[in-house]
Structure formats: structure tokens, C-alpha cells
Design a protein around this ligand. Sequence first.
Ligand code: SAH
Length: 233
Amino acid sequence: MTTRLYLEFDASCKSIPLSREDAHYLLRVLRLKAGDVIHVFNETAGEWRCVLADVTKMDGMLYMQDCVCPPHNEPATYLVYAPLKHDAMAFLFEKAVELGVTHFQPMITDHAQKYAMHADKVLRQLKQAVQQCERLSVPKVLPALRFDQIVAHYPDAYIALERFDAMPFIRALPTDPGLPCVFIVGAEGGFSPREVDLACKSTLVPVSLGRTILRAETAALVGLGAIHMARSC
Ligand code: SAH
């Protein structure tokens, strides 16, 4: 499989010098040699075939050959979530990238736990997931908002509510696959009665993900899977 690397570069570049970190990854970890081909990409330049050259112990250049995938718009998909424990969060980030999330919106709720988030580490995880799944763009992680701010900020969002007489999500999804979609999932402990009440009095659309009570990360991925499939039709 061709190595894909997310890099900052412009489509008009002829060559790209490797950063220390990328040189380490390509030359030491993957043991690539001069003449090897890799793909570099980002959301504005698209994906380009490059040849590795001018290799020294710690350095190298990528010479751009041809564009293998032009830049294209990805429909906006927001996942609004309450931060989870480290392993569950890493799992959710990776899978949500594969399922097309463009924006991660952390949310503070009555039952949400406080977990530290290391922005650099998260960005690395997101880039790795994007490189693996053939997307062009790295999702953004937005500043956290409280639940009442979420309600005001995303008036058209879908909110997953368990044990609630809500429409199955698959039937509530918009028929136009290009429309932005915002999907809200509660914390491990669910939403508090106060928050459910607030959601019901708002313009949010309550949706069901089936009869069983899913863990927060499962609920997020089931919902994102439905959006992903609706967009692939
Ligand atoms: N601890 C709670 C469940 C929380 S599940 C309890 O036992 O009552 C975590 C979140 O996943 C919920 O807030 C909800 O957004 C979502 N969720 C889980 N199962 C769901 C279902 N069947 N339908 C809709 N949303 C669900």
C-alpha cells in the first residue's frame, strides 16, 4: 500500500523538504529510500504522487510528480460529544474520522466527566486516521461548549436520546446527502432530566438508535454510520 502523508504544501510547489519528524518517520520507521514513491495530501492541494530524493541520514526532499486526486468538498459532519476516558476517546476519534466527521465538538454536560485532552496528541491521532482512510482533510476539534450553548449554537442538530419515544435516526436523516449534519450524543451517564427537558423544548430533533442502551462511543459510531451510509447512496 502506498504511504500517504498529510503535509502543509501548495499545489504549485515543485518539491517539499521533509520536516525532522517526517524524515524520521519515512527514513527510520518505514525505511524508505531515494526513488521510493509516496503520496502527500491536504484539503487545499489534493493528493500528489511524490518521489523521495536527496536522502541523507536525517533529511530528504519530496519531488512532486502528478496530482492523483484533486481537492474536493466533504459534506460537513459535526459530532457533538462529551469527552470519554482516554482509550474510548482514541477509539472514537479514529473511527469517527473513517466515517467522515469534519468537526469534533466537545460538550460539557451535567453527567460528563472531566478528562484532560492533549491537543497535540489528538491532532496526531486524527492525522494518522486520515492518512489511513484516504481522506484529504483533517477534522477540526472545536472549543468545548456547555449543553445550553450547544442547543443555541446548533438549532438543527439531531440528539440521540435513549428510552425516549423518538424517531429512528435512519428515518430522520435528510435526503440531500450534501447537507451539513450535526449529531449529539450524551456522556457515559446520559443526559440529565434537566437537559432532556431543555432538548425537548428546543428545535433539536430527538432520535432513537434502537432498543438497546448503547455506550456513548457505540452510540456515536452507530449514528455516524447511518449518516455515512445515507451519504454513500
Ligand atoms: N447511562 C445511561 C445511558 C447513557 S448511553 C443509562 O444507563 O441510562 C450514552 C449516550 O448514548 C446517551 O446519552 C445517548 O445520547 C446515546 N444512546 C445510547 N443508547 C441509545 C439509544 N438506544 N437511542 C438513542 N441514543 C442512545
